[in-house]
Design a protein around this ligand. Structure first.
Ligand SMILES: [Zn+2]
Length: 360
C-alpha cells in the first residue's frame, strides 16, 4: 500500500504540471536551471510513447520502449543507457515538482534512442480491462434537465444514453457496472456519492454535457477533483464522519489525526489516478473524435467531492453549440463517445496494472 502511495504522490506531482491539453507538435516548455536548458521528462515520454516508472525510494526513473532502457537518478550526472554508463555535464534535476533532464540528455540519449513517430498511441481496443467494477453516473434527470440546446436537446437524455452505452460496452468485456440512475429520474448528488462509495467500484465516471453562452464553444473535456486548501479540511471532516475501510493499513494508534492523514493520502491517491485517467481519455478522444479536445481541468463539481475512489467528470460536448447539439442527437456519435471512454478506461487500467506489477 505504501509503495502505491509513493507512486501516486509522484504521479500527482507529475500530472499536476502535465499537459492541460494534448500537445500536437513537440513544442515543449523548457526551463533554465543554472543557465542550462532542461526538459520535463514526463512530457518527453508522453510525446514519444516511452514508458516511465519511478522508484520513489531510490529516486530513480526507468524509461523503456521496445528493447531500449534508460535509468536515471535525480541529482546524478550519471545515467545508464542500456546498461552503459554515460556522464552528463549537468545532473538530472527536479523543477516544479517534476523530473527535469538537461538538453544534453534529451539530444544525446532520448532523441537518439526514442525516435519520433510512434505517436499514434498504442493498441486501441486490445487487452483486457483490468478493473472489477465501474460506477457510471448520468448527470441530472427527472425534473432537472441540465443544459438544453437551441433545438431542444436535453442534457439529461444525452448523459443517460451515453451512460447506458458505456455500461453495455463494459459489461461485454466482463466489467461490472453500477449506474446511479438508469431511468429519467432525479437523484440528489449526495445519493449519487453514496451509491458510488458503497459500490466497491474501482472508478467513478460522471457523464455530462456542456453549455455556454457563447454558442461557438465546442469540444470534449474531462475534470478531476481539484487540489486545494479545502482538501485537508474536508479530509478531517470526512475522517470524523466516515467509517474508514483500511484493511491494508496498520495503525500503531487509533488516533483521529492518524486516520485523517491516512484518509488524506487515500484521497490524494485517488486524485493522482483520476488525473491519469483524464489524460488517457483525452489521448484516446483526440484520435477518435473530430471534436476539439479541451483537455483536463480541475473540477469544481460537487458530485466528485466525497467520492472515495478515482473519479472524473466528462463533458462530452456542448448542447449550446448547434453543430455539437446535432451530433449529440445521433446514436452514432453517442456510441463513438462511449467507445472512446471505454478505450480510455482500458488504457488507464492497463497502465495501473503495469504500475502495480512494477511496484510489487
Ligand atoms: Zn451537467
Amino acid at each position: 500500500m505504501y509503495k502505491r502511495l509513493f507512486f501516486s504522490l509522484f504521479m500527482l506531482i507529475l500530472f499536476i504540471s502535465g499537459c492541460a491539453t494534448i500537445p500536437t507538435g513537440e513544442n515543449i516548455a523548457t526551463y533554465s536551471i543554472g543557465g542550462v536548458t532542461y526538459y520535463p521528462l514526463v512530457t518527453l515520454c508522453d510525446l514519444r510513447g516511452v514508458g516511465i516508472q519511478y522508484d520513489a525510494l531510490l529516486r530513480t526513473a526507468y524509461l523503456s520502449r521496445d528493447a531500449q532502457q534508460v535509468s536515471l537518478r535525480v541529482g546524478d550526472n550519471l545515467v545508464l543507457v542500456n546498461n552503459n554508463a554515460l556522464h552528463l555535464n549537468s545532473p538530472i534535476d527536479v523543477y516544479q515538482g517534476t523530473i527535469a533532464v538537461p538538453r544534453q540528455f534529451k539530444e544525446q540519449v532520448f532523441d537518439a534512442l526514442f525516435k519520433r513517430a510512434v505517436l499514434a498511441g498504442r493498441r486501441a481496443g486490445t487487452g483486457k480491462i483490468k478493473l472489477n467494477k465501474v460506477v457510471i453516473d448520468a448527470g441530472h434527470g427527472g425534473n432537472d434537465p441540465g443544459a438544453i440546446g437551441k433545438n431542444g436537446l436535453k442534457e439529461k437524455d444525452v448523459n443517460l444514453d451515453i451512460a447506458k452505452r458505456l455500461s453495455s460496452l463494459l459489461r461485454a468485456e466482463g466489467v461490472q457496472t453500477v449506474l446511479t440512475r438508469s431511468t429519467d429520474k432525479f437523484i440528489p448528488l449526495s445519493t449519487r456519492v453514496n451509491i458510488a462509495n458503497k459500490s466497491g467500484a474501482a472508478l467513478f465516471i460522471s457523464i455530462h454535457s456542456n453549455a455556454n453562452r457563447s454558442r461557438s464553444l465546442s469540444g470534449f473535456e474531462v475534470y478531476y477533483v481539484a487540489s486545494s486548501v479545502s482538501d485537508s479540511k474536508r479530509a478531517v471532516l470526512t475522517a470524523r464522519s466516515t467509517a474508514l475501510n483500511l484493511k491494508d493499513a496498520n495503525f500503531a494508534s487509533n488516533s483521529q489525526d492518524l486516520k485523517t492523514i491516512v484518509w488524506d493520502m487515500i484521497y490524494t491517491n485517488s486524485r493522482a489516478e483520476s488525473i491519469e485517467l483524464s489524460h488517457s481519455l483525452c489521448k484516446v478522444m483526440n484520435s477518435s473524435i473530430d471534436a476539439n479536445i479541451l483537455g483536463v481541468k480541475n473540477a469544481r463539481f460537487q458530485v466528485l467531492k466525497g467520492i472515495t475512489m478515482p473519479g472524473i467528470l466528462i463533458e462530452v460536448g456542448f448542447v449550446s453549440n448547434l453543430n455539437e447539439e446535432r451530433l449529440l442527437k445521433t446514436a452514432g456519435y453517442r456510441e463513438k463517445l462511449a467507445v472512446g471512454i471505454l478505450e480510455g478506461i482500458r488504457d488507464y487500467s492497463q497502465d495501473m496494472a503495469l504500475v502495480e506489477v512494477a511496484l510489487r
